[in-house]
Design a protein around this ligand. Sequence first.
Ligand SMILES: Nc1nc2c(ncn2[C@@H]2O[C@H](COP(=O)(O)OP(=O)(O)O)[C@@H](O)[C@H]2O)c(=O)[nH]1
Ligand SMILES: [Mg+2]
Length: 443
Amino acid sequence: MSRNRKTIFALSSGQGKAGVAVIRISGPLARDVLARTAGGLPRPRTASLRKIRHAVTRELLDNGLVIWFPSPNSFTGEDVVELHIHGGRAVIAVILEMLGSMDGLQIAEAGEFSRRAFDNGKLDLTEAEGLADLINAETEAQRRQALRQAGGALRQLYEDWRLQIIRAMAAIEAELDFSDEEDVPESMFAQSKSQVLRLSEEISAHLNDNRRGEILRDGFHVVISGLPNVGKSSLLNTFAKRDAAIVSDQPGTTRDKIDVYLDLGGYPVIITDTAGIREAASDVEQEGIKRAYREAIDADLVIWLVDCSNPQPRIPEKFSQCRVLRVWNKLDLALSNLADKTDDIAISIKTGEGISGLTDSITGIVSEQFPQSPGALITRARYRQHLQAAVVSLGDFLTGPSGDLEIRAEDLRRAAENIGRITGHIDPENVLDIIFSDFCIGK
Ligand SMILES: Nc1nc2c(ncn2[C@@H]2O[C@H](COP(=O)(O)OP(=O)(O)O)[C@@H](O)[C@H]2O)c(=O)[nH]1
Ligand SMILES: [Mg+2]
């Protein structure tokens, strides 16, 4: 652990008025700060009620709980102090100001506590990112996934793969060293090959996940599409329980997309209203329609909304590759009993009929995507790219001529390196800087 590091501090709880606020201090001076402001060091890792005084003027600033985490048993691995103070703006401000005025202390940058934890081997990159996801989790399923990742589920999986590759590489390199001798066991290479093949299949199966982990992290995208005036914006507002989009009997009113975030059965769902699809009058509307198509094609589910009183139910050719749910609206205006004629869902946004059934159907489609007790899933495009690159290198190893053992060992080294990039074993500083700067202050 480096001794010359600055001591950092930050408000680790949320901004604004609250019952309690937590200020975290990490680094070589944390112990000194605690001794000077809270009248001595309490027992490690035990909450103690203390008077918190100004380090210089000795003025009483607040009464609060202080916790002392001596290195290495702390979040960052350094000496850490937590001050649990009253969460009023003036209380927080005066304590932060005092800390800022002390020599050798500086306010933490975004993600700096996590970065130190990573540098000290407390977390790997997937665990740090899992922690960031846990803080951002909005729904139950997101919370579960983030907690699993923060707890090391991906770290274990990827570390295990990396070690298996390194072991196979060591076997090949050992074979290289003996290659001058008579009875080189050709079987060593064959043995490594069957191990690598199994591993490559395992990584490929992990990759073949329909992006479930990423969808869960980012949200399941549902796009409402249909001809103008069928009630797309009204449907969005019904889901949002507010007027998020402008509803009008004037066709072509919606030109830009509008997103609404929902929690359906614990899954994050983003519903998007788009411009009605028709031969457009103006250039602006044409552009809106082009975007509407693009949105729908990229979506995880398209709701194709149809007006019962003016039925043109044909689903556009462009959606042939999409998952489409056809929904009939304006059931209140239907001349005959539509429900008898179609297996599709029929609703009336005006009367509210069928809306809860539609919500249930969407929830069913979303939850179908996610197994009940999944293993660790890929949650970021970054992981996917490195895993794909690793599979390519393993493929090179498996198909390359066995005569070039040096090159085969190099294939394995590249594969191990790619997996090491996911966990942060191998990465230039600037990549880490970018990743951690996405975290929030005080984390
Ligand atoms: N009668 C009836 N009118 C509806 C229903 N849903 C929407 N509308 C009306 O249809 C018109 C067009 O709605 P809007 O949501 O703007 O459609 P969009 O162009 O597809 O976004 C508005 O006048 C709505 O009030 C419904 O279930 N029944
Ligand atoms: Mg609209």
